[in-house]
Ligand binder design. Structure first.
Ligand SMILES: [Zn+2]
Length: 266
């Protein structure tokens, strides 16, 4: 059925479809224009909804937590990788900071020793999918497999703590949130972004974090990238300065699980 006739059909179905009745009374050219604009609007809305800053429509998502306490979580995505995960762990140990590493299954499979080092040194491990594929417009079976394969590997490597999930690129829409809700897992996003993938100077990277910092914030950094080809030495070089600057403002670093326990908003 052509779009114009489809609108006519729908507008006859219910008195609730008033906007469609309005369109139905337009001339054919105007009808096509109105339908075109509606489709553009729907596509734009979908594009916005998939983004990491858009609200999640199903289940619980945390971009940060609600609290008055000066507490934040430091998170690292996409690892483990050589040598950056190890360099970051050395700095965290030196500074006495506990963080959360959202790892990729495909990288953990290659570097299992770093997964073990992460949890043996008191950090938390999160699931960032197996392959870093965008988990939108994918089948439920594909999305489940990305999550469950990674969970399984993390557990096989001896980790017994909570495994939180963060989608690649923070992309979501409807199917992933629905699956997470069925798994009774919140979606852990972030709201302080250093954009360390742009390889900014230590000054710019620290400034970006400090400008966005607030009680309950979740800070996003990277110890790798989806293909383990990017240089993360910029993040490594800046990490100590970031930790010192955040502490200087009176903040304390917690893991994601510790931070969620402090949430006063739910
Ligand atoms: Zn990622």
């Amino acid at each position: 059925m052509c779009p114009v006739r489809f609108v006519t059909y729908l507008s006859n179905q219910s008195t609730l479809l008033t906007p469609l009745k309005v369109i139905d009374k337009m001339g054919t050219k105007m009808k096509f224009l109105a339908i075109f604009l509606i489709l553009i609007g729907c596509a734009g809305t979908l594009y916005w909804l998939k983004g990491h800053t858009a609200p999640q429509l199903i289940g619980k998502a945390y971009f940060s937590i609600k609290t008055d306490k000066k507490i934040v979580a430091l998170t690292f995505d996409d690892g483990p990788s050589v040598p950056f995960t190890s360099d970051i762990l050395d700095i965290l140990k030196e500074e006495g900071v506990k963080a959360t590493f959202f790892i990729l299954g495909k990288h953990a499979e290659i570097h299992p020793e770093f997964v073990q080092r992460i949890y043996q040194e008191g950090h938390e491990i999160g699931n960032h999918s197996w392959s870093h594929a965008r988990l939108i417009f994918k089948t439920p079976a594909f999305i489940r497999d990305e999550i469950e394969r990674t969970d399984h590997l993390i557990k096989t490597l001896g980790y017994t703590g909570p495994i939180h999930f963060r989608a690649p690129y923070g992309n979501k829409l409807l199917i992933l949130p629905w699956i997470l809700k069925k798994m009774d897992r919140p979606h852990i996003l972030f709201d302080v972004i250093a954009k360390d993938w742009e390889k900014p100077s230590p000054h710019i990277m620290t400034q970006r974090i400090m400008e966005q910092l607030h009680p309950g914030a979740i800070i996003l950094l990277h110890d790798a990238d989806e293909n383990n080809i990017e240089d993360r030495s910029y993040t490594v070089q800046t990490l100590k300065t970031i930790i010192e600057a955040v502490r200087e403002k009176g903040y304390q670093f917690l893991t994601i699980s510790e931070l969620l326990k402090e949430d006063t908003g739910s």
